[in-house]
Design a protein around this ligand. Sequence first.
Ligand code: ACO
Length: 346
Amino acid sequence: MTDPASAPRFRNPRARHNFIGRTCSITGVGAYVPERVLTNADLERMVDTSDEWITTRTGIKERRLAAEGEATSDMAARAALRAMEAAGVGPADIDLIIVATVTPDMLFPSTACLVQEKIGARRAAAFDLEAACSGFIYGLEVGQQFITSRTYDTVLVIGAEKLSAIVDWQDRNTCVLFGDGAGAAVLQNREGSHGLLTVCMGADGAKGSVLCVPAGGSARPPTPQSVDQRLHYIRMDGKETFKNAVQAMHAAAREALQRCELEIAQIRCIIPHQANRRIIDAVGDRLGATEDQVFVNVEKYGNTSAASVAIALDEAVSTGRIRRGDLVLLVVFGGGFTWGAAVIEW
Ligand code: ACO
């Protein structure tokens, strides 16, 4: 593998658009997962499935479930405080809170406002962002715009989900896949670091119904019938999602690398959305990545949607898989469809 430290970098001006002024770095990450573990053996007692089926199709062995009364904002706040500690910032330093989630505590106020109150960031503006499993990368891009434009100095981007609240525990096609948790990043300008080199985002609204929660919004408000028909739970065409995920993640990662004129071998750590081991392996193979470049923790947490890459990034940093100066590639895909990729100089 080429040593990232000695490789030529960032010749492409498209990757450098934000360097003309101010750069944006991730100066701290943090994560929180609830204590309660739901194993494949537990699921065998709930639906007609097996550890063997789940493991071979998805790579997932267990996932975490929020405690009774624990909401998305509670997990988001815990992850945020850990990221803030890592970055060495306090609540009064936060200018903006962005929470990426498909499982807000309620329709409004936003989960970001609830987090603002929980962490005591009284000065901060706050809003939610919804891009399903791609939400954290969308959040990084939105957050960095505020930093590079000098509008704000310190932005908190959080991916947090309580998917157990919208999973149909009678549907074996979906209930084995998802888990709860939160991850957070503090974005700031850091002298001498390029930070976020590029972020690519995309969407295909024509495929929205392939992966969705059909009711509960303004199109189909909740009624006794919608509850009876179980329309408030995740519905997914697994094969269609799988196919699109591999194609879109591969294309987004390629585009991000091209923008920076980087080869895959120069990337120290690739963190794909942790949805399914087979999707991760297929994307890694297509990119020509080696196994030790690709970070995987899906076996422990399942798919935590917007929290997934944030939790993985925190684990990769805390276990030393990513060190200062390394080049990191994040790549995601989710409902919408949405997708994205980011290249970061750590
Ligand atoms: N246990 C046992 N059998 C099951 C289970 C289960 N938990 N779930 C489905 N099956 C059965 C189905 O009923 C079906 O049976 P049938 O053929 O009698 O109708 C059969 O298994 C389907 O098996 P496969 O064709 O082997 O399934 P496939 O290889 O498509 O794997 C899976 C299914 C795991 C859902 C896969 O399609 C997938 O991972 N898709 C992507 C889903 C995903 O990651 N979604 C997350 C949201 S988007 C994102 O984050 C990327």
